[in-house]
Design a protein around this ligand. Structure first.
Ligand code: GDP
Ligand code: IMO
Ligand code: MG
Length: 422
């Protein structure tokens, strides 16, 4: 059966690792780029030729006009947000309709899913997850409850199906005493539905397997990160999909033995947006400095990202869960000015020290080792032979801990600021 292959590029920490940049960078090497999970909770930034785009549902391969892009069955899609995102690309001169395919099995996010997202967050009070408010949890809940609406539903008797699910949501929202007015939103949402009809709505699992049989190569673009995975992340402070390599199979309809490389992408430090345990979080000036220099504010929501040193316990866990074959380290340049850099090598609680990810990371303290910083401007580097010794040492230190090579080092947001290690 082996002909084409699938490689996966996955965020392996708490999201926002720089997936958009690297997928865009890798795209020339593939025939197809496919999203397999998540929806508009994602914000993937791509910068090239002085232009910046933030993609939410559309795969980051879209800027290479010769490639096929697929929104896979594991994704959830909000038609109004999709319309806005696609129009922005069309206005910038990118014609999408002949090269963006949408799975008929992907689920739709209704306006009332977003109301439910807010209502459930309100209900949680101080235990809020800090969701993106995009209706992700309620849409995936309806999928699991087998009442969800799928993209394919818009082709047949849609209005009746829509009203039925909306009615169900309205009853829930009424019980939750949640007040809302979605009149305008619903209008734009319906415009989004009409707009989607112009796209190729496909059986994407059939298409992808045909491409593979023809010898084509597929890059599966992850969203979020391993620590936000519904099963393996810091539950309940997670998203509602499988963001890990298993999600590539279920979210695209491809068999595990089709997957070749699994690229695990992480930052030279840690960030997290939203609530939930985060052992390496820094509440001091160092954390603020990382946030400022790294511009660690949500690409979609603008929220402050919580910052800390690199967490090798989490990284190693993610390497194992995903079967990572190659690592990609982003944003090394953000640490340029630090005289010393710390790395969390274990967690400690009640006299117990562990390097294995605990069931619940709340209350665990990080055990740090300290390394010298490079105190040099990395953004000017063009090749690995120019790496300062302290950067090489930092890279080797991480590799020795997680036992997977770091193949790419990113030293700036632009497509060009990407260095391959040999
Ligand atoms: P994604 O969700 O994983 O695609 O990542 P985001 O786009 O949400 O966040 C990554 C941010 O870091 C974006 O603003 C990128 O432009 C930026 N970025 C990516 N790589 C680098 C890098 O190597 N250095 C710096 N300074 N910024 C980077
Ligand atoms: P990308 O693909 C960072 C976080 C939210 C919240 C939790 C649940 O850009 O890396 P949700 O709206 O999914 O129900 O929120 O997950 N979250 C992300 N954090 N990057 C993302 O996507 C995220 N998508 C969701 O902040 O804590
Ligand atoms: Mg992001």
């Amino acid at each position: 059966m082996k002909k084409g292959k699938v490689d996966a590029l996955l965020g392996i920490v708490f999201g926002d690792e720089g997936k958009g940049k690297v997928v865009d960078y890798f795209t020339p090497q593939y025939d197809v780029v496919a999203r397999f999970a998540g929806g508009p909770n994602a914000g993937h930034t791509i910068i090239f030729d002085g232009k910046k785009f933030v993609l939410r549902s559309i795969p980051s391969g879209i800027f290479d006009t010769h490639k096929i892009n697929i929104i896979g069955n594991g994704c959830v899609l909000a038609p109004d947000l999709f319309l806005a995102e696609a129009k922005e690309l069309e206005n910038a001169g990118y014609n999408l309709k002949d090269r963006l395919q949408i799975s008929k099995r992907a689920h739709l996010i209704l306006p009332t899913h977003r109301c439910l997202d807010h209502a459930y967050e309100n209900l949680k009070g101080k235990n809020k997850i800090g969701t993106t408010g995009k209706g992700i949890g309620p849409a995936y809940s309806d999928k699991a409850a087998r009442v969800g609406l799928r993209v394919g539903d818009i082709l047949n008797n849609f209005e009746e199906k829509y009203q039925s699910l909306k009615g169900r949501h309205e009853r829930l929202l009424h019980d939750l005493h949640y007040e809302y007015d979605i009149t305008e939103e619903e209008k734009r949402w319906m415009e989004g539905i009409e707009y989607m009809r112009q796209f190729q709505l496909v059986d994407s699992e059939v298409e992808i397997n045909h491409y593979l049989d023809e010898g084509k190569t597929v890059l599966a673009e992850g969203a979020q990160g391993t620590m936000l995975d519904l099963d393996h992340g810091t539950y309940p402070f997670v998203s509602s999909s499988n963001t890990t390599s298993g999600g590539v199979c279920t979210g695209l309809g491809i068999a595990p033995n089709r997957i070749d490389d699994v690229f695990g992408i992480f930052k030279a430090y840690s960030t997290r947006v939203g609530a939930g345990p985060f052992p390496v979080e820094l509440f001091d000036e160092t954390g603020d400095t990382i946030r400022e220099i790294g511009n660690e504010y949500g690409a979609v929501t603008g929220r402050n990202r919580r910052c800390g040193w690199i967490d090798l316990v989490a990284l190693k866990y993610a390497v194992i869960i995903n079967g990572v074959t190659q690592l990609i380290m982003m944003k090394g340049d953000v640490l340029d000015n630090f005289a010393t850099i710390k790395a969390c090598v274990a967690y400690q609680k009640d006299g117990v020290t562990t390097q294995d990810m605990p069931y619940d990371t709340a209350g665990w303290q990080p055990v740090y080792e300290e390394l010298p910083g490079w105190q040099q401007d990395l953004t000017q580097l063009k090749s690995e032979d120019q790496f300062p010794k302290a950067l090489n040492d930092y890279i080797k230190y991480i590799e020795a801990y997680v036992k997977v090579p770091i193949k790419i080092v990113s030293v700036g947001p632009d497509r060009e600021a990407t260095i391959v290690r040999h």
